[in-house]
Design a binder for this molecule. Sequence first.
Ligand code: SF4
Length: 348
Amino acid sequence: MSDWRRRLLVWYDANRRDLPWRERRDPYAVWVSEAMLQQTTVATVLPFYARWMARFPTVGALAQAEIDEALALWSGLGYYRRCRMLHEAARRVTGEGWPATAQEWRRLPGVGAYTAAALASIVSNEPSAVVDGNVVRVYARLNNDPATGTSLHRAAQKWADRVIDRELPGEWNQAVMELGATVCRPAGPKCGDCPVSDVCQAFAAGTAGSLPTKAPKPLSIRLSSTMVVPVSFGKVGFTKITEGPWWRGLWECPQGESTEPWIGRLRPETVEPAGAFVFVVTRHRISLEVLVASGCEQTGDLEWEPWSSTDTLPLTSPTRRALALPPVVRLAGKEAPVHRPTHERHRR
Ligand code: SF4
């Protein structure tokens, strides 16, 4: 093994962060962490991971749970498709057993090339090289490669396949990703602390800060929407999202370009503005105006849930933000909440 690769492994051994999924080598713990970490930072994932593993400590526990309960625990982490796929795959694993190779991992719903390689290398010691954003950045800088987009990703994959340590593939993959996450950071690489700076071409050329080359950003799409929070006798009305690209399976308060049709059906005693905020989904930047309607008729086209149980529901993040607005808290909380036993909350 060349010197720089050995040095990177030694550095990883001494400097890796203590992360809960590194304490357990079982496939389930690593799988959950990989699913949560897609498009999401470690700092954001940590509390969600702790709650998830406390409630679903094994793949069997997850497989037996209802999807609504899994989504409620995932609520706030975003990209809910990951949760639905994880739940579906857990049921499959419970029946068919654990995959043994990256190829077998890829047959599970929601497991792409990156996750399959990570799992196979960490759990089964298979020499499958992972390429995520950290690996791409480390590759681009070590090799001073100004490519962008797909050609950069392809070149990074070729490099990763070539340099992976065949005896310790899981450790190697994690070492490269850890270097990217903690030292070879997107902004301000800490080249002075880097164990491989002597072989880094970007460091030598003084180009580390400008690599990887940024591809032009797609323009964001600006939209506006209105949400109405219907309140009635200590309960709040929700709809379940059954179609569309975002948040399928989660619940939200009625929203759209106009909430007039809902207000017509709910016949509230009062409607007042509760506030406004902006949220971002993929390339969309959405300005949301929130109204709170109190004294509504409990129409059958909404699910009416006690205010006291809204914390445990699989709500979209804008809905959760709307429920925290002071006028909503004041109006929804002032009527005596109706309590239900916990075991009924997820029964639909
Ligand atoms: S020397 Fe700097 S740019 Fe090169 S790999 Fe190390 S941290 Fe990254």
